[in-house]
Design a protein around this ligand. Structure first.
Ligand code: PBG
Length: 334
């Protein structure tokens, strides 16, 4: 493409295109729409604690409340909900076996949602951290998170979720080869339409703190960290290799996580692969904006909308955000 040489000032006056609201709208290059949003929700057993101290205005939802949330999503036009369970301590083990139980909290939630609001997509995390006493996404042997053994359990977890009716399986564990193993197992079991959104480039980030409070894995994890499987924040070429592998293994959609500090990765991934690409505005990003707003330092709605639009500008097709219902209401003028 040959670019026209811009005539110098005063022939060029870029401010002409910014003078009024209508012309700004007319030439806007990117837009945020309700249909870009995926709403992550925390699911709890009835009778357990709702509040999450580090995530203002987000609560853990019991099954009834989760169903109400899905109905709200439908009303607002939010296409999909992502489920994250707070698993009771007595259901956690060292092999994460509760993850593969057809009657676990997530599976019960999936069935309730698909019954009450079938038009809303349901996405499930495939990873063992809510179910493991170690708080790790995989199985730990002698201090090592063992890859292939973990993948075998993840495959069973994904099949269990697909069986319950999950529309999108989202492996967030960063084990090697899990997308391929899950895709093959889904095909073999007849779940040919099950979508896989791979957490393809997921970084070992300190921005996940509030999430770990919410699902209760922080105490389990203790001083341990996830750097032997989640990516080093120093790397970006490696993200492209991770994404390439997940696509080759059968991912329909890929995700970059966290969001705001990793927009360069979102842009590179989208430009390199042209596949549906998502970004996860994670719990710490949400908490950060909320905390500043709570102190009167930032305008919450304004920074929320600006941050979400930035994902679109970077090339994301959609965003997982705890702001989903708030943003949807603003976008719809409700
Ligand atoms: C766990 C998982 C995490 C998030 C989504 N799935 C946390 C982690 O890897 O420790 C983080 C989401 C957030 O911070 O909002 N597999």
């Amino acid at each position: 493409m040959t670019k026209p040489v811009l005539p110098p000032f005063p022939i060029s006056r870029p401010r002409r295109l910014r003078r009024t609201s209508w012309v700004r709208d007319l030439v806007a290059e990117h837009r945020l729409d309700v249909s870009d949003l995926i709403w992550p929700v925390f699911v709890r057993e009835a009778g357990t604690e709702r509040a999450i101290a580090s995530m203002p205005e987000v609560t853990r939802l019991d099954l009834e409340e989760t169903v109400a949330a899905a109905k709200e999503a439908a009303r607002l036009g939010i296409p999909a909900i992502a489920l994250f369970p707070q698993v009771p301590m007595d259901k956690k083990s060292d092999d994460g076996r509760e993850a593969t139980s057809a009657d676990n909290l997530v599976c019960r939630a999936v069935r309730a949602l698909k019954k009450a609001a079938p038009e809303v997509g349901v996405m499930c995390d495939v990873a063992l951290d809510p179910y493991n006493v170690s708080g790790h996404d995989g199985i730990v042997r002698d201090g090592v998170i063992v890859n292939d053994e973990t993948v075998a359990v993840l495959v069973r977890q994904a099949l269990t979720q697909a069986e319950a009716g999950a529309d999108i399986l989202a492996p967030s564990d960063m084990m090697d080869g899990r997308v391929g193993a899950i895709r093959q197992a889904l095909e073999a079991a007849g779940h040919k339409d099950a979508l896989i959104m791979a957490y393809a480039a997921k970084y070992a980030s300190a921005f996940y703190g509030p999430f770990r409070d919410a699902v209760g894995s922080k105490a389990n994890l203790g001083k341990s960290d996830k750097r032997s499987y989640q990516m080093n924040p120093a790397n970006d070429d490696e993200a492209l290799r991770e994404v390439a592998l997940d696509i080759a293994e059968g991912a329909d959609m890929v995700m970059v996580k966290p969001g705001m500090p990793y927009l360069d990765i979102v842009a590179r991934v989208k430009q390199s692969f042209n596949l549906p690409t998502f970004a996860y505005q994670v719990s710490g990003e949400y908490a950060m904006l909320h905390a500043a707003a709570g102190n009167g330092w930032l305008d919450l709605d304004a920074v929320m909308m600006e941050s979400l639009l930035a994902f679109k500008r970077a090339g994301a097709d959609g965003v997982l955000t705890y702001f989903a219902p708030r943003a949807a209401k603003l976008l719809r003028g409700a």
